[in-house]
Design a protein around this ligand. Structure first.
Ligand code: C2E
Ligand code: MG
Ligand code: MG
Ligand code: MG
Length: 288
């Protein structure tokens, strides 16, 4: 091995030897530092929730928002979730992080419903790992009680991957969550390998078409056809559809013509801090 220096390292306490490259070593150190910083971030309150508006295509009104976590790391800046959520899932930190996001998001949603828009719905991403937590349902119920947000004001965004797990264990959790009035959205729809039969077996309310389809509209005929098909299927099954990643007016026009109900994307707004989002809500809500 000419270009990557190999080390012979002895695992502490055991008599077995492992080869690993300097690159792996560096990665392990980086990873260790990241884990340590992540644990600190939670206790030092370095996380923030950003909000990206969801807009009704018919009325152009802001009908809700997706809560998206950010990590404001001292001396470093804002770190996006793709860089720390997967690791948080691996080390179990996603449970406290997920709970914190849910609390924050429900608190804000309750306030925004009272002040600006009584039907405002907050969408919160829930990782499959959180569904392995037997306390998930009780926690959701407790947050709704404490924040006084009615269940109808909360939507959970799950991914297709979750539906490939132990369905028999999952279904009762879903059913009890739905009894609270909370709705369920299937995020990044079209990118997983889920069998469409899940749509029959699970009490899903909304399909969120993945950004990768929307991105290539109107240039790529395949994306146009698939998006139209997803909207038609959803409507036949009685599900609403949200398009994510809408960046161009052509995409907005196409989605409106195709019967999509809601959109989210940079064309309307990027995810915003709570106060910036609130200013947007104020300027966007008709005065009564
Ligand atoms: P997601 O749930 O699919 O969220 C949508 C992502 O698309 C967000 O990225 C959003 O900023 C981005 N986006 C929205 N509109 C546009 C657009 O027009 N153009 C482009 N290029 N991007 C757009 P973000 O905030 O970086 O989040 C990435 C992923 O991290 C999320 O994907 C979600 O899977 C995960 N995530 C974020 N917050 C949480 C959280 O609180 N809990 C969990 N479990 N996962 C989270
Ligand atoms: Mg999402
Ligand atoms: Mg998504
Ligand atoms: Mg995504």
């Amino acid at each position: 091995c000419a270009d990557s220096a190999m080390y012979l390292a002895k695992e502490s306490g055991r008599n077995n030897y492992q080869f690993f490259t300097t690159e792996l070593n560096v990665r392990a150190q980086h990873r260790y530092a990241l884990e340590k910083n992540l644990r600190r971030a939670l206790t030092e309150q370095e996380f923030l929730v950003f909000y990206q508006p969801k807009v009704c295509l018919k009325t152009s009104a802001i009908v809700g928002a997706e809560a998206l976590i950010r990590w404001q790391m001292p001396d470093v800046g804002i770190i996006p979730p793709d860089e720390f959520i997967p690791i948080s899932e691996e080390i179990g930190l996603i449970l406290p992080i997920g709970r914190w996001v849910l609390e924050q998001a429900c608190l804000r949603a309750k306030y925004w419903r009272d002040e600006f828009f009584p039907d405002f719905v907050i969408s919160v991403n829930i990782s499959p790992k959180q569904f392995q937590d037997p306390g998930l349902f009780n926690f959701i119920q407790q947050v709704l009680n404490e924040t006084k947000l009615p269940g109808q004001g909360l939507q959970l965004e799950i991914t297709e991957g979750l539906l490939m797990g132990e369905l028999d264990l999952l279904l009762p959790v879903f059913t009890s969550i739905k009894k609270l009035g909370v709705s369920i959205s299937l995020d990044d729809f079209g990118t997983g390998f889920s069998s469409l039969s899940y749509l029959q077996r699970f009490p899903i309310d909304n399909l969120k078409i993945d950004r990768s389809f929307i991105r290539d509209i109107p240039e790529k005929q395949d994306s146009v056809v698939l998006t139209r098909a997803i909207i038609a299927m959803a409507s036949a099954l009685g599900l609403s559809v949200t398009a994510e990643g809408v960046e161009k007016t052509e995409q907005l026009d196409f989605l409106t013509d195709s019967g999509c109900q809601e959109m989210q994307g940079f064309l309307f707004s990027k995810p915003l801090s709570a106060s910036d989002f609130e200013n947007l809500l104020i300027s966007h809500t008709p005065k009564s």
